[in-house]
Design a protein around this ligand. Structure first.
Ligand SMILES: [Zn+2]
Length: 374
């Protein structure tokens, strides 16, 4: 999964949007314009309905962003070093970065989002009441009414005690504190998460097939998403446990095939891709690691130009924070690989290339560790 689309930074936190978000945004605008506002505000013209729907959907996005930022600001204050947020439409799931090390931190980080959404719901509700009594049911009132309602719904949804929703994290923090066993706490909280997901899917199917309301598709989609997230987060905790304390230097490959930036793409294909069958290579200029090049970057260049274009022209420069350090945590390194979309990342000390770490290196070690039960 390549990352989403970068928007801007606030307080050192990089905000990006996952590509699927645009599809969901379109669906939200559409369902507001076709279903919600025409029923709630039948006097509005078609144009007004669409403008109100677009504004409401974008402000929903801002509400979700503020929710996520509250988690991140608290997480950063607790020293979790979150540098970015990727937004999905539903708050409370796209929490990236390091996992909290103790239940107290987990609790504070998890509670920040719902507290923010609750504050927004109250603010929008008060504004709605003030304006509706003063001016009646205007377009601005319609947007405010939707916003207080949707923020209240975000609070309720996120507080459901199923991991990895915020409520599930709160439940995990409480169980973790009681049992002192994060693995057991996560297993129970994830079971609640999966149970809730299945309930959502069943409710959605009931709506579609019994009450013939196609809106049920939303419940099915959210349920499926949540079910996957619950399973994935539990696996991640198991992995984190098995690999805890393992450093990049212990699992990296030191025997590295690297390429020079002056090499043409034709030479790269002939002497490296065909010969070694790796999909990507570190690019080294003299003593310094300067970038990474992969098959995809070569494929984007028309074949006629392979004799004139060099590796240096197409590579991803190392300045983009691609290199790992030998003392980095293996799990964090794997997370970085999955997020960046690279199957392998170079390990460097200063500018000197020490080795490479592949997904397979980490997964093999993980398999051995779990097979041995250590
Ligand atoms: Zn949240």
């Amino acid at each position: 999964m390549r990352r989403g689309f970068n928007l801007f930074s606030i307080g050192g936190i990089k905000i990006s949007i996952h590509y699927t978000w645009f599809v969901v945004l379109g669906l939200v605008v559409w369902s507001l314009a076709v279903e919600h506002f025409p029923h709630a505000y039948p006097d509005f013209s078609k144009v007004t309905i669409w403008l109100v729907s677009l504004a409401a959907a974008l402000l929903l996005f801002v509400s979700v962003l503020l929710h996520e930022l509250s988690h991140s600001f608290v997480a950063n204050r607790m020293g979790l070093g979150i540098r970015g947020i990727t937004l999905f439409i539903f708050g409370g799931i796209a929490h990236l970065g390091k996992e909290p090390d103790d239940p107290g931190t987990e609790f504070k980080v998890a509670v920040a989002g719902p507290v923010c959404s609750l504050a927004l719901a109250v603010i929008f509700f008060v504004a709605y009441l003030a304006l509706v009594t003063e001016f009646g049911r205007t377009p601005v009132v319609a947007i405010l009414e939707y916003l207080w309602y949707v923020n209240a719904a975000l609070v309720a949804f996120n507080l459901v005690p199923g991991f990895p929703l915020d409520g599930g994290r709160l439940l995990r923090a409480i169980l973790w504190k009681r049992t002192k066993d994060i693995r057991r706490a996560t297993r129970i909280a994830s079971l609640f998460g999966r149970g809730f997901a299945i309930l959502l899917i069943l409710a959605g199917l009931f709506e579609i097939f019994v009450t013939r309301d196609f809106g049920g598709i939303w419940l099915v989609l959210i349920g499926m998403f949540l079910q996957q997230a619950a399973e994935g987060s539990y696996q991640q905790v198991l992995m984190r446990n098995a690999l805890s304390g393992v450093r990049v230097r212990q699992t990296m490959t030191t025997d590295v095939v690297h390429v020079s930036p002056e090499l043409t793409l034709a030479e790269l294909v002939e002497s490296f891709f065909f010969k070694y069958r790796f999909n990507s290579y570190p690019v080294v200029d003299g003593p310094s690691l300067v970038g990474m090049v992969d098959l995809e970057q070569v494929r984007r260049v028309p074949r006629e130009e392979w004799h004139s274009v060099t590796v240096g022209d197409v590579m991803t420069p190392i300045s983009e924070g691609l290199a790992l350090r030998p003392d980095d945590d293996a799990v964090d390194a794997l997370t970085k690989m999955l997020k960046s979309g690279w199957g392998m990342l170079p390990v460097a000390e200063g500018e000197r290339l020490l080795g490479i770490l592949t997904r397979r290196d980490v997964m093999t070690l993980l398999k051995i560790k779990t097979d041995l039960g250590t």
